[in-house]
Ligand binder design. Sequence first.
Ligand code: PEP
Length: 259
Amino acid sequence: SALRTPLIVGNWKMNLNHREAAQFMQQLAWILRDGRFDPSACEIAILPPFTSIHSVQVLVQADKLSICYGAQTVSVTSQGAFTGDVSADMLSALGCTYVLVGHSERRRYHSDDDANLVDQVRATLAAGMQPILCVGEGYEERREGIELDYAVGQVDDITRDLSEEDARKLIIAYEPVWAIGTGLVATPQSAQDAAHAIRTHLERTYSADLAAQARILYGGSVTSANALTLLTQARDMDGFLIGGASLEAEEFSAIIQQI
Ligand code: PEP
């Protein structure tokens, strides 16, 4: 939709150290400079591990790249005796635009439950960044046919007490867990159904205007081979959250250049 600029997000997970991140950014900049890429037609964001964020920042600034970046999670507290945590203010000081909140790997391997995720969303917004909230059913819910209610329920769990002003800054990534890192991509119809259900929920909860402007992404085994079909056939979907296929500049840019 002309209302919504497509957004392509690379989630590096625990890959690419600060040197590899610098190499990736140089390569991506080089490919995009020579290729068919119109920065006004598509927004690109990279979510490196914490230790690689500064490398990405340096390259973005040095080459004046129209590429945003962010973090994969954030502490719910602002500072102090929280060994191992990184605050939202630290991330915004590094120029981060986005923070991924509630990725299925965080929900599974860490204590990122609903109460904690609501606080991550609030901490991200308070520091002037935008949360990218991940939702999506597992294989069981899909088998039972309750995937849409499940994903919409996850959105509601986090947005229930969020004001309309705050909800306007939220980006939602629909990522069916069975599709993440498995090579099993959702059909364009399922991606569309989920994006549509989430958009309808936002319209009912907030307003038609907010729903029309909200960016909803699909994630789960997106590659340069399936991106175009998904994007053209799932009309409520505004881009991708990409794991594996974001780790090599050539493959990642091959997706970007189809937008
Ligand atoms: C992800 O981790 O958000 C993801 C979608 O991974 P992949 O693209 O590798 O399935």
